[in-house]
Design a binder for this molecule. Structure first.
Ligand SMILES: NC(=O)c1ccc[n+]([C@@H]2O[C@H](COP(=O)([O-])OP(=O)(O)OC[C@H]3O[C@@H](n4cnc5c(N)ncnc54)[C@H](O)[C@@H]3O)[C@@H](O)[C@H]2O)c1
Length: 260
């Protein structure tokens, strides 16, 4: 897919960029002309993804755990110093909880998931803020989930973390609008990535999802990357605080009821 969006001269940080959605977003921002820091706790994966983007000098892989505030603060300083600032932050690093009913939820899983999916986003955004503000504009894009809009069974912890992402997105947006920093979120349906593939490998889950989605298919990472590109660019300059469902219509209702 190619788009006529020009991000030449912009500097972007994408977390979770070693694989899946983050990798596809980072690569698409590179193709649009931005200088992109591919950030992941998997340093070797981040470096490989940056190399694969094929834009030497504009793509750089960095190993950072986004739940560690000290590491994030110093990594963002380093990225801003090297790239001449930070204009765009995409928070795609995330983890899932085991699929169990809420009465079997383990608090160790709650702490682990919240530390990355929710606290991690506040950390990355908080430490990007001074750099975005210094540039006079900015766009932050957070990965929420359709689980923030409609509950799925056996996912209480993950769902709570993503509900938090959608609320945090609005809070950051209202605090930083005066600085011309926009903050939006994307709520995807199932997307074929290493996170979702084990669930989609069950033919019953795949069939049920395809039946449940009005457009009739699960997504691929570029379905999300193209929306992130739109939110990163000036094409969305009057949008802030929104969570965009990219879910083939899952959240608008059940298809299949053929009223006569
Ligand atoms: N794939 C889906 O179906 C789907 C649906 C809705 C929302 N999402 C969300 O989209 C985002 C990306 O998901 P994905 O499917 O690409 O996942 P993925 O597991 O394929 O990739 C996530 C990446 O995040 C990195 N990561 C995890 N914890 C980290 C940390 N503490 N610091 C730095 N990096 C860390 C991992 O190393 C990995 O490279 C997640 O927030 C996920 O919850 C995914």
């Amino acid at each position: 897919m190619t788009y006529a969006v020009d991000l030449t001269g912009r500097s972007a940080v994408v977390t979770g960029a070693a694989q899946g959605i983050g990798k596809a977003v980072a690569a698409m921002l590179c193709r649009a002309g931005a200088a992109v820091a591919f950030v992941d706790r998997n340093a070797a994966g981040a470096e490989a993804a940056a190399r694969e983007a094929g834009v030497p000098g504009r793509a750089r892989g960095i190993g950072v755990d986004i739940s560690d505030e000290t590491s994030v603060a110093s990594a963002w300083q380093d990225i801003a110093a090297q790239a001449g600032g930070i204009d765009i932050v995409v928070n795609a690093a995330g983890v899932i909880s085991p699929n169990v009913p809420a009465d079997q939820a383990e608090m160790s899983d709650f702490d682990r998931v919240i530390a990355v999916n929710l606290k991690g986003i506040l950390i990355t955004a908080k430490h990007a803020y001074p750099h975005l503000k210094a540039g006079g504009r900015g766009s932050i894009i957070n990965l929420s989930s359709q689980a923030a809009l409609l509950s799925l069974p056996n996912q209480a912890i993950y769902t709570a973390s993503k509900g938090g992402v959608t609320s945090l997105t609005r809070s950051l947006a209202i605090d930083w609008a005066r600085d011309n920093i926009r903050v939006n979120a994307i709520a995807p349906t199932f997307i074929r990535t290493p996170m979702a593939e084990p669930m989609l490998a069950d033919p019953a889950v795949l069939r049920a999802s395809e039946r449940r989605i009005p457009l009739g298919r699960v997504g691929v990472p570029d379905d999300i990357a193209s929306v992130a590109l739109f939110l990163a660019s000036d094409m969305s300059s009057l949008m802030t605080g929104q969570t965009l469902a990219v879910d083939g219509g899952w959240s608008i209702g059940e298809p299949g009821l053929d009223l006569k």
